[in-house]
Design a protein around this ligand. Sequence first.
Ligand SMILES: O=P(O)(O)OC[C@H]1O[C@H](O[C@H]2O[C@H](CO)[C@@H](O)[C@H](O)[C@H]2O)[C@H](O)[C@@H](O)[C@@H]1O
Ligand SMILES: O=c1ccn([C@@H]2O[C@H](COP(=O)(O)OP(=O)(O)O)[C@@H](O)[C@H]2O)c(=O)[nH]1
Length: 933
Amino acid sequence: MSISSQEICILPNKNNLALLQTNGMPGNLYNICSNLPATPTRLERLLRDRELRKYSKCLNDCEAELPSSTQDCFSPDLETSTCWFNDEELLEPVSASRSLNDDGERLDLRASKQRLLVVANRLPVSAVRHGEDSWQLEMSVGGLVTALLGVKEFDTRWIGWAGVNVPDEIGQKALAKALDEKRCIPVFLDEEVVHQYYNGYCNNILWPLFHYIGLPQEDRLATTRSFQSQFDAYKKANQLFADVVNEHYEEGDVVWCHDYHLMFLPKCLKERNSKMKVGWFLHTPFPSSEIHRMLPSRLELLRSVLAADLVGFHTYDYARHFVSACTRILGLEGTPEGVEDQGKLTRIAAFPVGIDSERFIKALELPEVQDHMKVLKQRFAGRKVMLGVDRLDMIKGIPQKILAFEKFLEENPNWRNKVVLLQIAVPTRTDVPEYQKLTSQVHEIVGRINGRFGSLTAVPIHHLDRSLDFHELCALYAVTDVALVTSLRDGMNLVSYEYVACQESKKGVLILSEFAGAAQSLGAGAILVNPWNVTEVASSIGYALNMPADEREKRHHHNFKHVISHTAQEWAATFVSELNVTIVEAQLRTRQIPPPLPIEVAVDRYSCSNNRLLILGFNATLTEPVDTLGRKDSQINEWEPKLRPDLQEPLRKLCDDPKTTVLILSGSARNVLDDNFSDYNLWLAAENGMFLRVTTGDWMTTMPENLSMEWVDSVKNVFEYFTDRTPRSQFEVRETSLIWNYKYSDVEFGRLQARDLLQHLWTGPISNASLDVVQGRRSVEGAAIDRILGEIVHNKGMKEPIDYVLCIGHFLTKDEDIYTFFEPELPSEVPASVRPQVPTQVRTSTAGSRAALLLKQNSMSAVEQNKSYSIDGDTLHLMVTDRISFQEGSSVLDLQANDYFSCSVARKRSNSRYRLQSSDEVVTLLRELADHR
Ligand SMILES: O=P(O)(O)OC[C@H]1O[C@H](O[C@H]2O[C@H](CO)[C@@H](O)[C@H](O)[C@H]2O)[C@H](O)[C@@H](O)[C@@H]1O
Ligand SMILES: O=c1ccn([C@@H]2O[C@H](COP(=O)(O)OP(=O)(O)O)[C@@H](O)[C@H]2O)c(=O)[nH]1
């Protein structure tokens, strides 16, 4: 499908758009566009959604140009705004906007806005109590609030903590009512929970850890400083948030959870309602997995977050760290899309936040802002002004910033009376002792420097321990010459965006820490610094103050373009769009889950048949399930698969039934199968079908005897070399193959080494060999199935064709050819990749749903020899294979569609017809079969 076909289908037709918006989800659009394929790709979906957003925005913009009498009063009245964000913005009515369709009718677009529940620890307003039932609401400060207030495309409700303890019912009711007017819903947390959850676990543990500051020492004597009690409070608080979400949730709502305070929330929500669309976004950095590993609750937190459908970060680096934590700590599989656990994919992606740039740009025209600017210009006339705006938080590097400024003054005496640093340090988390210490530390340094370089009439540093209102802040942003952002780590840092947005006329310079997320987007225009390097920051201050106008202009222009095009609105819309798409994809994937095996039918058909073949996998099919999570098996004491004791009796009965042939098909070595099955009357295929034996006979290789093994020695050298250099990897020489296993090694290092090893092989020992490269070790080669089947038929002297096949296994997806091999409903012209290596001249379809496999009995002749190697998750397998064809033969397989049962065990995605949940169900099935001879 081309993108232009999307445009034709969607964009010019407003009726389609209206339909889409009524349905809410972009995925629904596909139902109304008959010329679109049923399953568009992810990119197609996202592109479509983006176009729709543009179109919708365009409609809104056109409406904005309508005469004011036709407009509803949803837009903020900046002229009358006296505080950071005024009431109207928070109170934006749901059904306020309308537009015209082709026929001149009005379409109600806003009425159909998607409902969005934003769940964050902090509400955009904090409450101050003035009486028993009287509350005053003040704007909260912080980037999260700024970012989310910019989100306007949705019918949004906020769920969060109002920053205050309200123990009484009257107070709670009154506050809920006041907040309701701002479209906010409170979560009430008592003092003890706030102390342990917010001050403790969030701000004393997760916050410093995620910003690479490390963990505090646990105080064994104080329960309030113990990880466990704080983590318990954290979980309790998250559950309280979940309760409020559940109370207000309506079907179809998007629930968007925010930040490190609520890592447990996705799990709580999904446990209650697995259909809920849940996204989670982290506003802070996500640290390297080596840092996250330190956290005592590392596993639980990662697993809880993975319950979400979509997980977002500001930068690709944070997303990469998260995926790496999931692979290294949880032992899960990281894919380019996200993290996969037992068939459930959690999508992981980067969504860099932005600001509502228009609001800042427009604010500069307001008289209040102009007045402030005038005052500031007069006050600092004749001096260059540098600006710092931060919450008073250790991650912001305020002491480092001030020390660098001191160094600059020290080294540049000529600037001492010509430059001033205005530092706004907004008090934050004042109940946490570390923050209290920081306040005194900063005051001390500022005092010292002012004492050192100040005069009776002027000081070099103006330090404010309070927040400013929006107009004051805009004015400051606009009149200052240099902004100095020296965060030691910062998720994004919106102050740097706001500064750029307000500098269109002055074109001031931004000095930006390379450890702020914003460095990835504004790095080209800013002067990037390492805040720990005080000397470097000091010289950057000099560089910025002396920068020529044309360079300032160029740098500013670059950043300004970014800030106005990557807005908070776009950020939220992209996230929600991606979440919707992710849900659609998950639904499509769910449809691929095979239905449960109808055991009664399988048993019934079994009892009606005369010559049955049962092909059984071994690991995780006939054994107890293995816990792969947490890499519990990553110990050197190798896990030895054992036949489940409760399967012994039914398996014996089945094997002793003359009408039934049982074949155990496994990747295990011969001795493992010998140990488990020697006492049974059945067939064993070991090492992916390389070796075969009936238990009354000896092992035979399914390989021709005259295979050349000349390549082995030189390859062995390479394998040994890499084994030495890859801790915990193992090398094994088998009769027809060499195996290098790195499943116990570091996942990423193992993969890198495997890649490197292959390169060595290709360019060295096997460069001239004829090789068959296969991604993934195959449980059994298609050709091997042919051979095995031929041998069984020959050995048993089968006269009657096989009329019933049951094939059960926990095969990897790439090994599932076994299911299609016997599939009677597949047309005979199915490509070789699907039905591998079965020569077309010997596979003919008789009629309709019937398939017949023609084999020449006793015809194990090799016609072509290949060496093949493959990489799966943790093993490199280099082996000799061959291609065999059967020239002619008699029909050994006469299978009706309803006599074939392919069945995957404990896999959600499979090509099998049916599925069994676990090996417990295998036991049930085999018992039933054994009782129906
Ligand atoms: O709610 P507080 O405890 O008072 O703290 C204020 C907020 O600080 C953090 O903000 C982060 O979000 C910004 C926007 O994405 C980002 O630019 C910045 O780098 C972050 O530090 C915190 O993550 C929020 O949850 C707090 O509300
Ligand atoms: O007096 C002030 C100082 C700052 N801010 C806002 O606080 C936010 C700080 O966000 P940032 O992403 O820079 O860092 P955070 O504080 O969230 O870590 C910005 O939107 C500022 O405009 C504010 O409202 N009043």
